[in-house]
Design a protein. Sequence first.
Length: 355
Amino acid sequence: MLRVVALGLALAFVAACTQQTTTAPAPAPGTVDPTTEYNDGLADEQAGDYFAAADHFTASAGQNYAPAQYELGKLHERGDGVIRDMSTAASFYEASANGGYVPAQNRIGDLYHRGLGVSRDSKKAAHYWRLAAEAGDADAQAKLGFAYENGIGVPFSFEDAAVWYRRAVDQDHYGAAVNLARLYHSGQGVPKNYESAAILYQKAASGGEVDAMYRLGHLYANGLGVPQSYGIAFEWWTQGSRGGDPASMTSLGQAYHDGLGVPIDHDAAMSWWHKSADLSNADGMIALGSHYSESNVVHHDRARSYHYYTLAIGVLSIGPKRDEVNFTRNSLGRVMTGAELERAQNLSAAWLASR
């Protein structure tokens, strides 16, 4: 019965939560100690007893203990020991965030950004990310940088994006390192500097960021900020491909096709392009469309060429690149036989059905 009362208290505090501190108040005579209940909940959670953990966190959260509110949010988000309910999870996260708990500020920012358990609200997302970022949370700093780069809940500002990315990078946030490197690469918000971009891509790649491997490979292929080397570019694209990055797979296929840092091998090129296309990468699809249309290769197949151009058009956003692929496909279609066009359409329909 005591636990049921505690649950009611916890939910009441969530609904009425205002700005609080994370320091637990001293328990009054006859009440539970929120810190003790919280620690017992952590021990139960570690042991896999989520029902007992929820019981302890509820008792602690009933006294407005922000870390316990956050843990209850996690349990409700996952459905561990309680009914899975994103709305309830968001309520606990927001109560904890308003109590000054940094992990909750970061998480509720994510939920407002994505509209999970709450109505989507970019301004609230940026607000909570900022609270966590200013408290020194590297992940929130990276997200706030992304918000400024894309105008999510804050004004567009490459300069502010660079500032927050840099703060996250200084704490070894590898995703932020990729984003800051992109700004140096393009000269947005910071002076264009390929050397700085290469250093940051290298840092991110060492942390396992496959996008950095892909981009670093292109710097080496073009000699931007680093000595030109197709061999090193090939190595980075290989690492990115093994990490599941479709853009790296497309570039690796091109290296095999053109003999960049490796002997020409059209079969290997086709293999990597197919893997990229299977991950819905438009450039991989375009590469296949182009190769199948080449009359001097063993893989020449106009129907498959038309098919892959069609797939690429389906995933590309409206713009010049999509228009160019559409023009190429339609030009090809004008010289194809009716049987070839029918086969191409059947291939596309079968590919889409398999998804």
